[in-house]
Design a protein around this ligand. Sequence first.
Ligand code: PXP
Length: 242
Amino acid sequence: MSAPILGVNVDHVATLRQARRASLPDPVAAAIVAVRAGAPVITAHLREDRRHIQDDDVLRLHEIAGGRLNLEMAVTPQMLRFAEQLGPPECCLVPEKRAELTTEGGLDVLAGETEVRAACQQLAALGTRVALFIDPVQQQVEAAARCGAVAVELHTGSYANAGVAAAAHELQRLVEAARIAVQLGLAVHAGHGLDYFNVKPVAAIRHIEELNIGHAIVAQAMICGFETAVRQMLDLLRAARP
Ligand code: PXP
């Protein structure tokens, strides 16, 4: 049972740069270091308001990360046009609200099934592997399968934010959703709010193939450098499935 692979989300390297509208730090430089440290996937979220990652960052990430790029984006005609021009190897469709600090909940695939299915078909025609970022809820997993997604990315925010008493219950919801997804032929990814203290129980869920982690790695990188921060996270993922 091998460890889940790590997708290093470099959004918040760009957040720091955009705080000063400067040219540094460069998320692409961080991605190069993450790949050197052993990260198999580089993730970036091109938000509609361009608050951190910019179009040019994604183009450059695509050049350097090649088959490793996982582009997160909203289901909008503009973003779908962008993806069509780029042809990213992996794409994760996420909900977006302008006012939120970060992605607050999963995509409501049930409510938007027609639109999401069309987006999945459009992206699949480019050869892109599509994941849908959803809450760990059976009906959402089933809707994702009906849409023709290759994978679901389970939102781990409720687990990450749960206190000690509720964490076991939230973990069980992830286990159950992952089991259902695999039964339906979907690959399972997970992410959001995972850090060096809470990642191991999620990484130990055997059906989970990929974890996307951003804020905690960038925060740790401030203290000990990007390469060390990525290596430390990779070590935790390996330790979770010895
Ligand atoms: N996965 C998805 C789909 C996300 O939207 C985010 C946040 O941008 C993450 C993973 C990473 O979350 P965090 O920065 O809390 O690790």
